[in-house]
Ligand binder design. Structure first.
Ligand code: GDP
Length: 522
């Protein structure tokens, strides 16, 4: 197969959701479709364990299927499916956001009983900003949830995206009869624990299904569907691919019900790898020269194995094990011989890969998040990865002042690697680190001790709101502990406001000072 044919097979996506909406359950069901695991059950005990590893490591332990499982891939209906994990729960971190830079589409799972929740909003915003197509699955229809029209309305209002219900639920919870599949023009009947059955629309009224069609729940839903047909948006695949409209599917990941219909439609519609912007030009996925970028670096938490794995998203050409590539940042040539692919059944050595695939590269400490690797003469770099707003800030010091040198070195390297964000107090020069999730601090503390032999002390300064200042507008006299003046890595000044109230107070008091928000999501 040529490169172009390989690229056309690839569907690389992530599932985003708020914890407990059903991401793990859904992923398990998808792995069943891919024949990667034979039986799926409810994942137990995933919240235990000091280091909140990914849910998949937990599954790995329980089932003996091995994954570092940040990435799972399998063949399905002629497609090569790559699912990237977006860690939530306690291991929500900048990596979760960065993963979204490596996918071509996203599946958003919403719990029908809760509607849109905080973490979904944050992750959704990153997708919207980047124009990533979003497919929505409204889950847990086997329970009493919110009205379907309300849920659709909430998506449109809160997330500001058009919705197009590909199917519509008829009842829910105990009254759940099935889904009205507008796209395939069939009614999918919910039979409890038994397999779902399909009734084409033109057979619905032929008298064989009166127990269904005369059910008041059915009739009520038909009224709502009519409303949608008349007043709802038209389905437009172009708008879906531009990230302006989201196809919405209803179902239950646990039952499972509606999952197959959803996934079949998803793999048909979801985009294959698209051209990507670089410092030089736009690179086509079927360009013969290999290129890709690193979106995540995972350190081994086992002190016996200090190796790290850099996760690279292939963007063009053909990766072949042992090939020589150049690290665009330094121009250095590197031979890629120790590479891994992440399959849920094993951690295989990867021999070849194409645009859309994710490979793991052994990292002796040479890589940084955002690094571009290219084959061929022309060096270029993929667009820089955005920085995401830290949600918590801590002042960090070394327990032992004699270790100041290692302390600085460790912090510098971990910051470069993208593990944490560093700010310096002004004029005190104290070190303040920012992170998106608690796990980042735990990893930071652990790695400082194990890799640099420094015990660090962290002192929380709480959640803060960062805003940058123009150089000529910095007046150190007006800042204090509430509105803390700090510098970023590029020596730009910013203020860490204690809370919304402090921010608003400042804006009132100093209306001429321009406050700039540099982060992509907020
Ligand atoms: P995650 O945190 O998003 O990965 O969510 P999980 O997949 O672990 O699901 C959280 C809880 O919701 C678990 O107890 C699941 O069994 C349950 N759950 C997931 N999907 C469904 C569903 O469709 N219906 C019902 N009733 N429960 C579900």
């Amino acid at each position: 197969m040529g490169i172009q044919d390989e690229v056309k097979k690839r569907k690389t996506f992530a599932i985003i959701s708020h914890p407990d909406a059903g991401k793990t359950t859904m992923t398990e069901k998808l792995l069943l479709f891919g024949n990667l695991i034979r039986s799926a059950g409810t994942v137990k005990g995933k919240k235990s364990g000091k280091f909140a590893t990914s849910d998949w490591m937990e599954i790995e332990k329980q089932r003996g299927i091995s994954v570092t499982s940040s990435v799972m891939n399998f063949e399905y209906m002629g497609h090569k499916v790559n699912i990237l994990d977006t860690p939530g729960h306690e291991d929500f971190s900048e990596d979760t956001y960065r993963t979204l830079t490596a996918v071509d589409s996203v599946v958003m799972i919403i719990d029908a009983t809760k509607g849109i929740e905080a973490q979904t909003i944050k992750l959704f915003k990153v997708c919207k900003m980047r124009g990533i197509p979003i497919f929505t699955f409204i889950n847990k229809l086997d329970r009493e949830g919110r009205e379907p029209l309300d849920l659709l309305d909430q998506i449109e209002e809160v997330l500001e995206i058009e919705t197009y219900p590909m199917n519509y639920p008829v009842g829910m919870g105990k009254r759940f009869l099935g889904i009205y599949d507008r796209y395939h023009k069939q009614f999918v009947k919910y039979n409890g624990n038994e397999d779902e059955s399909y009734i084409p629309f033109d057979e619905l009224d032929n008298g064989d299904y009166t127990s269904l069609t005369e059910n008041p729940t059915y009739q009520e839903s038909m009224g709502e569907i009519e409303l949608l047909n008349e007043a709802g948006d038209q389905f437009s695949i172009d708008r879906v691919l531009e990230g302006e409209q989201t196809p919405v599917f209803f179902g239950s990941a646990l039952a499972p019900f509606g999952v197959q219909t959803f996934f079949d439609t998803f793999v048909e519609m979801a985009p294959t790898p698209v051209p990507r912007r670089t410092t030089e030009e736009v690179v086509q996925p079927d360009n013969p020269d290999f290129s890709g970028f690193i979106f995540k670096i995972q350190a081994n938490m086992n002190p016996q194995h200090r190796d790290r794995i850099a996760f690279l998203r292939v963007c063009s050409g053909k990766f072949e094990r042992g090939m020589n590539v150049q690290l665009a940042r330094t121009g250095k040539t590197i031979k890629l011989s120790q590479t891994q692919q992440f399959v849920a059944s094993s951690r295989d050595t990867v021999e070849e890969a194409f645009a859309g695939d994710i490979i793991g590269i052994y990292d002796p400490g040479s890589y940084r998040i955002g690094d571009t690797l290219v084959e061929g003469k022309q060096l270029f770099e993929y667009d820089e990865l955005p920085q995401f707003p830290p949600e918590m800030f801590q002042r960090v010091t070394a327990k032992n002042v004699m270790k100041a040198k290692q302390f600085r070195k460790g912090i510098e390297q971990l910051v470069q690697e993208g593990a944490i964000q560093l700010f310096r107090g002004y004029p005190t020069d104290s070190m303040i680190i920012g992170a998106v999730g608690q796990l980042q601090y735990e990893v930071f503390q652990y790695r400082m001790k194990n890799e640099y032999n420094v015990e660090v002390m962290l002192e929380s300064i709480g959640e803060r709101i960062p805003r940058w200042l123009k150089k000529d507008q910095v007046d150190p006299r007006v800042f204090d502990e509430r509105n803390m003046l700090v510098k970023d890595r590029e020596d730009e000044f910013l203020v860490l406001f204690k809370n919304d109230f402090a921010l608003r107070w400042f804006i009132d008091k100093y209306p001429d000072v321009e406050l700039i928000d540099l982060y992509e999501v907020n």
